[in-house]
Write a new protein. Structure first.
Lengths: 553, 435
């Protein structure tokens, strides 16, 4: 005789049913996440009216013509066009500091009949990750990476302010003017931090020489601080007076309780080399004084002179910086040392003219650079007998292979270890963990400091960190709840799909036949779930330790 | 270039055996018991240090933040700039140090003191660049630090661990500069703890499988690219091979002082800096070319006297023990030891009891590797009025002297990446400092 089930066993069955349903739903969702584009996230909208897009492509053609002429002169055969996934990887690294997620790759593979690079730019320009990352890179240029003076400097606020401005695509000349001529309190007027970071001890106020150096390097591409102590040497025509007259524009800048302001009673004084006395230095710009406005405060006049359309150094500096950001290598090296009168390399003048003609529209500048043949070409030669050479890279006849920055490495490891995109919609705790992981990794890997673009090779500590460090180990180990490597192994319907998904997640490309066979065979030898998970972990470890992962290509 | 000096010559020779025996014997006699279990391992490189040969390694002890010369090695206790410090005599007749430096004072017969170092940089970052490279910062290129020059110029030390090491680095560790990142210093922190990331996370068989897979992936990436890309550009696989060698090397033990008896650790002060100095000796024994150890905390814009005295105590035990141990091990004659800050501090005491930055007339200690012991170069104005010291030694002169003692042609010009030839050092050798 059957007895009625007790209430506790009903409860147990209910719990089991809920857990089972959860697992089934999780598995189904996981498979969808792995193989299908995310519903509702896909839009084929390029984001630019056709006329504007055509205009961008036309501007890129002018740049192409410059380079094609150079290649013809050098009798160089440029590399072929890279595939769309490679372009998307380059763009994500440059603009978000991380590779695209598998979720994003599935999304972009589902859109049809679009210029993929331009489409991807539209997605990125709407993504707070991009404006945050770009703002951080630019703030490094403006104020470096140090914490600066206690209480009166808020670096984080400056980054947020700039990110907001970039998100709105505020014209870059307005951004520069706001920084140079900022007033108010460093918390409510974050742009003021451009000045307060230079504050000196003993109530001396902002450091005029540091500000002159920052302005000349960041916005004009001129290293005038080299003549701070003496007139220029080794062919430089700058005079010590040029630098200090520029510094004098900040001579009235001071702090008071209400924040940063200009005090007309103050003046910049300096003792020149060979002189015994300090003298009051009158402010004057080092070139094109005719562009200097007659009216306004000293910093306001300087800001308007710096950003004047006729002062082309400003546009060239931004072109060089954005080019460097997108290629990891500037058109002119060092990135902040551009000759005023040339000669200029291919592409520079065409891009600077276009930037000026379009009112310093930063997003357009990025679109034009990305539309060029140079950005879109492969870093590899299709002809094995004629591989890409260093000379080809120098002439931009192939996309240059450059080492990823530490934060790009860390961001890529974390992103590749997650099937879904880690962005503003990710749970706040996961984002905090991501930020902490990135910070720790960067400290160990070696921060590049201010936004430099050196060609340094890999080092032993970096290899040790990648081979044995916590970040790779934790992100690739057997963890079915979090780690992509385990989840792909569990959810992929077959070994070939698992290998392909791992390659897409880590390398943003599909495996070659040799690679696919190699790893599929390794997965096939797995005898149980644990060894399969280990094989997937090994696959992830291998890809993350490869040159291809550490170098932009 | 010191091409004639092969660090491995005589590895199986009679000389080798004798010297090794000597080292082990010395360890037993002098209480260096930490050496004995590692003797065979660590003493390999030490065997070739023969008298009369150029130095072959360098230890740099950086007093980060800038030690005050007036409160360490160049006190003027009876004048108004002296700050009321007390002094003690040293092993050099007529030369006094501040109290707290008793142990250092006792080894000064093996050390020379420069009291007239002159730098042109008064900002920490720029001054560190200057003191480490011998050049002032130049926006167009990064100069190699002294350790990178040593590793680049001397014959390669055939060891399995990095030949350029920075212990307790501050934010400006030694760099390879235009010689390349492969000459950057390997950075490590308190040697009480194991070197991070040197232990494989999987067993050997699985690691081998991973590396085999890696070669499959690397072959694909190499297609259509320059065959020498790894050697000339990425250094990826090269650095990975070196990292792998390091992971399995017994020489790793030289980095870690956790096996050293407490009594001997105590001799160095048992502080992170003291342990760093002890590790430096072990690394030099193992064949490392250059070790820098940093002791920060000297930037005393306020409470100068208390701050300097605290750091002096840490420095004293560590420095004196390092010199003593190098000497006992027979390594001092082949190892240059430089100790000092990036600049000095002002004679004027500010209104919060601090001393500010002063790049003129600061002090440095130099010893070993062909430097004379017991000499003093230069002097400063006891009243602090005269800015320039007597017999100034410029930062670049110190670099030239160190390189000269290492047998490096310091005036040799190398082509930099910006196409500008540049001498390894633009200074002049200070002959007076040489033995």
């Amino acid at each position: 005789m059957n007895s009625a089930p007790s209430s506790s066993s009903w409860l147990l069955r209910l719990c089991n049913a809920v857990i089972l349903a959860g697992l089934v739903a999780g598995a189904v969702w996981g498979v969808v996440e792995l193989l299908r584009p995310p519903v509702g996230k896909v839009s084929s909208e390029v984001g630019l009216p056709k006329a504007k897009l055509d205009d961008v492509l036309q501007a890129a053609q002018k740049v192409n013509a410059d380079f094609e002429q150079t290649w013809a002169q050098k009798q160089m055969q440029p590399a072929l066009k890279a595939d769309d996934l490679t372009l998307v990887r380059r763009l994500s690294l440059a603009l978000t500091g991380s590779i695209p997620s598998l979720q994003e790759i599935r999304a972009l593979e589902s859109v049809k009949d679009v210029d993929v690079a331009q489409w991807w730019l539209t997605q990125l320009f709407a993504d707070r990750r991009a404006s945050d990352y770009l703002a951080e890179r630019l703030v490094r240029v403006y104020v470096g990476i140090e914490n600066g003076p206690f209480l009166i400097y808020r670096r984080r606020r400056l980054v947020e302010w700039l990110s907001e401005a970039l998100q709105k695509n505020r014209p870059y000349d307005q951004i520069a003017r706001a920084l140079i001529d900022s007033k108010g309190v460093w918390t409510t007027s974050p742009e003021v931090n451009f000045i307060t970071v230079t504050n000196q001890m003993n109530n001396k106020g902002p450091d005029e020489t540091k500000l002159a150096a920052r302005v000349s390097r960041s916005f004009l591409g001129v290293q005038m601080d080299c003549v701070q102590c003496h007139d220029g040497k080794l062919g430089s025509t700058w005079k010590q007076t040029d630098f200090h007259k520029l510094a004098a524009y900040f001579g009235q800048t001071d702090f008071e309780l209400t924040g940063l302001r200009d005090d007309p009673k103050q003046a910049y004084k300096f003792r020149y080399l060979g002189q015994t006395e300090e003298v009051v230095v009158s402010a004057m710009v080092p070139w094109k004084p005719e562009l200097l406005p007659q009216k306004g405060g000293p910093r306001d006049r300087l800001a308007r002179w710096v950003t004047a359309k006729e002062n082309k150094a400003f546009a060239r500096t931004l072109v060089n910086r954005m080019w460097a950001l997108l290629f990891n290598r500037p058109l002119i090296t060092p990135v902040d040392d551009i000759p005023l009168e040339g000669p200029f390399p291919a592409g520079m003048e065409a891009l600077a003219d276009d930037l000026i003609a379009h009112d310093f529209d930063l997003q357009r500048l990025i679109r034009v650079i990305v539309a060029t043949r140079v950005f879109q070409q492969s870093s590899q030669s299709a002809d094995a007998a004629h591989p890409v050479t260093d000379e080809m890279e120098k002439a931009w006849a192939a996309f240059p292979v450059t080492r990823l920055r530490p934060e790009q490495m860390a961001g890529s490891v974390i992103q590749a270890s997650s099937l879904s995109t880690i962005d503003a919609e990710t749970h706040v705790l996961l984002r905090i963990k991501r930020d902490l992981d990135v910070d720790n990794f960067v400290k160990r890997y070696g921060d590049s400091g201010e936004d430099t673009f050196d060609d340094a090779g890999g080092t032993i500590p970096q290899r040790l960190l990648l081979m044995n460090g916590n970040m790779i180990t934790e992100n690739t180990k057997n963890n079915p709840l979090v780690n992509a490597s385990t989840r792909i192994g569990m959810l992929a319907p077959d070994n070939a799909t698992a290998v392909e998904a791992a390659y897409l997640a880590v390398f943003t490309r599909r495996p070659t036949a040799t690679e696919a066979d190699h790893f599929a065979n390794l997965l096939a030898t797995a005898k149980n779930n644990n060894s399969r998970s280990n094989a997937m972990s090994d696959l992830y470890w291998t890809l993350m330790n490869a040159t291809e992962f550490s170098w932009n290509h | 270039m010191n091409s004639s000096h092969d660090p491995h010559c005589g590895c199986n020779s009679r000389d080798h055996i004798n010297r090794r025996s000597l080292l082990k014997g010395a360890a037993g006699i002098t209480g260096l018991s930490w050496l004995t279990p590692l003797g065979d391992l660590l003493a390999v490189e030490a065997e070739t240090a023969l008298k009369g040969k150029p130095a072959r390694s360098v230890i740099l002890l950086w007093l980060g933040g800038a030690a005050s010369q007036l409160d360490t090695f160049d006190p003027h206790p009876t004048t108004k700039i002296g700050g009321g410090v007390k002094t003690i005599p040293t092993a050099i007749k007529g030369v006094d140090f501040v109290t707290g430096l008793e142990q250092t004072a006792s080894v000064m017969q093996d050390v020379s003191l420069i009291r007239s170092m002159v730098s042109k940089e008064g900002d920490h970052e720029r001054a560190f660049y200057n003191i480490k490279t011998g050049y002032r910062p130049d926006p167009t290129l990064i100069h190699p630090s002294i350790g990178a020059i040593v590793c680049h110029e001397l014959s390669e030390a055939k060891i399995e661990i990095p030949t350029h090491v920075s212990i307790l680095p501050n934010q400006w560790p030694a760099r390879g500069g235009f010689f390349g990142a492969q000459f950057d210093a390997f950075q490590m922190y308190d040697p009480k703890y194991p070197v991070p990331d040197v232990k494989a996370r999987v067993e050997d068989k699985r690691m081998d499988r991973r590396l085999e897979s890696l070669s499959v992936v690397e072959r694909v990436f190499a297609q259509g690219r320059a065959p020498d890309m790894d050697q000339t550009k990425t250094l990826h696989q090269i650095s990975m091979q070196r990292a792998r060698s390091m992971m399995t090397s017994d020489q790793l033990k030289a980095f870690n002082v956790s096996d050293v008896p407490a009594k001997e650790l105590a001799a160095y002060g048992d502080t992170p800096f003291g342990r760093g100095c002890l590790a430096a000796v072990r690394l030099i024994q193992a064949g490392v070319r250059c070790v820098e150890v940093t002791l920060n905390g000297w930037d005393t814009h306020a409470n100068n006297f208390e701050g300097q005295a605290t750091q002096v105590k840490i420095l004293d035990a560590a420095y004196a023990s390092l010199i003593r141990d190098l000497k006992r091990l027979g390594l001092l004659e082949s190892t240059i030891v430089v100790c000092g800050g990036e600049f000095g501090r002002t004679p004027k005491i500010n209104n919060v009891g601090g001393r500010d930055h002063r790049p003129h007339a600061f002090s440095m200690l130099v010893a070993g590797g062909g430097f004379a012991g017991g000499r003093v170069i230069g002097s400063t104005d006891p009243e602090g009025v005269k800015k320039e010291p007597e017999k100034p030694v410029f930062v670049e002169d110190l670099h030239a002297t160190v390189q000269d003692l290492l047998g490096i042609d310091y005036s040799r010009e190398v082509m930099t990446p910006i196409g500008r030839p540049m001498a390894l050092s633009k200074g002049d050798v200070v002959e007076e400092l040489k033995a």
